[in-house]
Design a protein around this ligand. Structure first.
Ligand SMILES: [Zn+2]
Length: 492
């Protein structure tokens, strides 16, 4: 006991004894003391010491014997001679009145701490018998989890408020592929941790508070060959490394080949149902011509190759544009071929052309694209386009850079093969911003097989044998494209 305290005892009422309450503040990590006036049944604690042990702000009105404490964003008023504690203008009653002593205000310990715990500091724990006050304004000491993906594994950083003893941390992976990390003495902020972003080999994060132990469970993908953890300080972190073997080159190549194998093709007959597409002078409708050509191409592929054919439509029905690429993507298509028939105000214009999707806009391309995109107006749920537009743009950008080369190669060979079977002009490969192509995550082209606005071409297109020719050209092009791609893959 210090001299000051000894003097205090003499000054203070004989019935009371001056003592200390030990304060354990786990968020600061150091202990402090609060002067206490200890009676036979009750103890009164120093408001000033309490505030300083919290490193909180205090406002003093000495004249009115009043102290205002600023703790955890609350304003707490303590006044001498009254048993009321005012927290944010709400009065709470303590069992005894506040005592004034030595320029300080002493509050009845038990009820003061109890009210504060319920209204302002949930982390406050007062042990009357041991005379220890524990508080933890920031209660969680396991607070955040971040995942980084590396070429040979995944690093997980768990932010902790303090260092734990290594003995209190343990980890293991169970047979169901869950990695468990347990921290004895850890208080985990489960709501934050469980919302952490999963990456790399981590598929799922589930944290739990089990009594005194924080448990963090991570559902892993296959391929983790080792796991280890260490603690790093400044900032306090538990760092977990989950190693995976580097994929061997041959295995990687095999995977790439498997991904690129042209096993599924999506054929998209343009328009349909309430959307007739363009039409000719003699009443030929684009939707009918293109459905027939598409079915012919599909039948040839089904009959003569092992390629799986997926149609966006096989009947005269309306399919929104967004739905067409959705069908293609969901089917895992490796090529998307959209078949259309063209139109031009100038009736002399004729020939066939193949389009790639592009964001570049030449006036001509815009004209064709705007006609083919016009169908969006007919669709009931326009909202889909607005909602998806950002996602679409990203997909489109990725797709066009990843698949543009392939699409170009396919378009070139389509033009080449159609040129062999048709006598009308080869108008070449063009680029335009076709909506129907924008969402396909695979090489994709749009064929305009002829001009229904040109009377002689309309006559041709009305004839089944001419449509068979076009279908044959497209079929041959696909076969050529497939074999040239497989040749490239075989060389690697
Ligand atoms: Zn069309």
């Amino acid at each position: 006991m210090t001299i000051t305290k000894t003097i205090s005892i003499i000054i203070f009422l004989t019935a009371s004894l001056l003592a200390d309450i030990k304060v354990v503040n786990s968020s600061v990590g150091k202990n402090s003391y609060i002067k206490t006036l200890k009676g036979e049944k009750k103890s009164f604690v120093s408001t000033r010491d309490f505030v300083s042990s919290l490193s909180s702000r205090l406002y003093e009105n000495a004249e009115r014997k009043k102290l205002v404490l600023y703790i955890s964003g609350k304003r707490i008023k303590v006044s001498a001679g009254t048993s009321f504690l005012i927290i944010d203008d709400v009065p709470y009653q303590m069992v005894d009145a506040v005592q004034e002593y030595n320029g300080d205000l002493y509050v009845p310990a038990e009820s003061f701490f109890d009210i504060l715990r319920k209204s302002a500091i949930p982390g406050l724990r007062y042990d009357k018998r041991k005379e220890v006050l524990e508080f933890d304004i920031i209660r969680y000491n396991v607070r955040e989890l971040n995942i980084e993906e590396k070429s040979n594994g995944t690093i997980i950083r768990i932010n902790t408020q303090k260092s734990f003893s290594d003995r209190d941390i343990s980890s293991f992976i169970n047979k169901h592929g869950w990695f468990y990390l347990t921290i004895v003495g850890g208080i985990v902020d489960t709501s934050t941790l469980n919302k952490s972003l999963t990456r790399g080999v981590v598929r799922k994060i589930e944290s739990d508070q089990i009594n005194e132990t924080a448990q963090i469970a991570l559902k892993l993908r296959k391929g983790v060959i080792s796991h280890e953890w260490y603690q790093s300080h400044d900032p306090n972190e538990i760092v977990i490394t989950l190693r995976t073997a580097l994929e061997s080159n041959t295995k990687r190549l095999k995977n790439v080949k498997e991904r690129w194998r042209l096993d599924t093709i999506v054929l998209d007959a343009g328009h349909g149902g309430k959307d007739p597409g363009t039409s000719g002078k003699y009443g030929t409708k684009e939707k009918d011509i293109v459905l027939d050509i598409t079915k012919r191409v599909g039948r040839l592929l089904e009959k003569k190759t092992g390629i799986k054919v997926v149609y966006t439509r096989t009947e005269d029905i309306f399919i929104p544009l967004w739905k067409r690429t959705q069908i293609a993507n969901e089917a895992g298509g490796k090529l998307f071929v959209s078949i259309h028939i063209n139109s031009n105000p100038n009736r002399k214009v004729k020939g066939f052309e193949t389009y790639l999707h592009s964001h570049d806009k030449t006036a001509k391309a815009i004209e064709v694209a705007s006609r083919e995109n016009a169908v969006i107006e007919l669709e009931d749920k326009k909202v889909n386009y607005e909602k998806l537009s950002m996602e679409r743009k990203i997909t489109a950008t990725m797709a066009s850079s990843m698949f543009l080369k392939e699409s170009e190669a396919l378009a070139a060979v389509i033009q080449e093969e159609l040129d062999k079977v048709l006598t009308v002009p080869n108008r070449g490969v063009k680029q335009a911003g076709f909506y129907v192509l924008s969402g396909a995550s695979m090489p994709c082209v749009l064929i305009e097989g002829g001009f229904v606005s040109n009377p002689s071409e309309e006559k041709n297109l009305k004839s089944p044998s001419y449509r068979k020719k076009i279908a044959n050209g497209i079929y041959k092009a696909i076969i050529k494209f497939k074999s040239s791609r497989e040749k490239i893959l075989a060389e690697e």
